[in-house]
Design a protein around this ligand. Structure first.
Ligand SMILES: Cc1cc2nc3c(=O)[nH]c(=O)nc-3n(C[C@H](O)[C@H](O)[C@H](O)COP(=O)(O)O)c2cc1C
Length: 337
């Protein structure tokens, strides 16, 4: 091993942490290949939700989140990641090639806090209490996303009813879409394959009814708290891209999502990513109008204090690493798993 090539165990652990990233319906649409000094990230198109996300835009949001998780995990181990996004103009599935150089500067206090947040972060679908010290934290989050070149907006209180309308509109349209309903049912059915959303990560119908902007999921029978918070008082951040749905911009938006989620988790705040309102043109237009921007809204994030701070939702499972990560022999060498 040279100084430009981390130990295979370091890469392996960083990929494992990267795979803790959020993804649409926990579809984990990524495949990692370590080859020589480089690590490659590929999008897995077999995981596209053809009803919810026919263009596969959310595949790139999810891959972006995983890519950012990876760079954080590597930085926490003392490795700076050089990321080349879409290195092969002829292959849109080749999302990134990453190589590394060791750097004491990589492991800052902030990076350490984000890395340790990876294992604690959960998508929490319960109603939230308002975050404490929001104005200062909002300013901090705005600064956090500057490197990702996304637009960051916060839904104003008086615009919240319009956002709730956008959410209801989406769900009303989809109620009569059998493909969407079947797809959602499939991804939320109990499975032992390590993908999809387990019922334990969903809320009861009563609790879901206290969140006016949530995606409608099949109700979980077991309550997981939140009954006493009668309506959601979260702050809602919208991340938008400058150039509509350009692949690179969407990927970077997924990276920014990771960054916001990890910062919130590190600060003790609960989060829930929302994309149902950006999947349909009608509701997406409402969100765009609410942000007052010319950008293209990609996703929303509810941020707040969990209703019961010490009762986090359980971690959702992930596919075994062996299914999403492979080590290929570098030219002229044998494989080194
Ligand atoms: C692109 C994207 C879209 C998502 N959309 C939603 C959504 O609309 N509603 C929701 O409750 N969760 C949404 N999630 C969260 C996923 O369901 C969640 O990340 C996944 O089930 C894994 O669970 P975890 O985040 O707790 O690890 C989304 C996540 C991503 C990355």
């Amino acid at each position: 091993m040279t100084e430009t090539m981390p130990d295979s165990a370091v890469i392996r652990e960083a990929v494992r942490l990267a795979c803790r990233a959020p993804s649409l319906h926990n579809s984990q649409p990524w495949h990692w290949v370590a080859e020589g000094p480089a690590l490659h990230l590929f999008a897995d198109l077999t995981r596209v939700m053809t009803a919810a996300d026919p263009e596969g835009r959310e595949i790139y949001l999810s891959c972006g989140a995983a890519l950012d998780h990876l760079t954080v995990a590597m930085a926490a181990s003392g490795w700076h990641a050089n990321v080349h996004r879409f290195p092969d103009a002829d292959n849109p599935l080749h999302v990134a090639t990453v190589d590394f150089h060791s750097s004491a500067m990589a492991t800052t206090e902030d990076v350490g806090a984000r890395a340790s947040a990876i294992g604690r972060r959960r998508t929490d679908r319960r109603p939230f209490m308002p975050p404490a010290d929001w104005p200062e934290f909002e300013t901090y989050l705005r600064q956090t996303v500057i490197p990702y070149q996304v637009m960051f907006d916060v839904v104003l209180d008086h615009a919240r009813p319009s956002l709730a309308n956008a959410s209801r509109l989406t769900e009303a349209i989809r109620e009569y879409d059998p493909s969407y309903t079947a797809e959602l049912g499939w991804w939320t059915s109990p499975s032992d394959t390590g993908d999809g959303i387990p019922r334990s990560a969903l809320t009861s119908a009563v609790v879901a009814g206290h969140v006016d902007v949530g995606r409608t999921f099949p109700a979980s029978k077991a309550g997981n708290g939140g009954e006493h918070v009668d309506f959601d008082r979260s702050r809602i951040v919208v991340l938008s891209t400058h150039h509509e749905d350009a692949r690179l911009d969407v990927l970077r938006c997924g990276e920014a999502l990771s960054s916001v989620l990890l910062e919130c988790t590190a600060a003790g705040l609960a989060t829930c990513t929302l994309t149902h309102m950006t999947e349909l043109a009608q509701s997406r237009e409402i969100v765009r109008e609410l942000t007052g921007q010319r950008g293209t809204p990609q996703l929303l994030i509810r941020i707040g204090r969990a209703p019961v701070a010490d009762e986090e939702p359980a971690a959702t499972p992930r596919k075994p690493l062996s299914e999403v990560f492979e080590v290929r022999p570098s030219p002229g060498r044998g494989a080194s798993t």
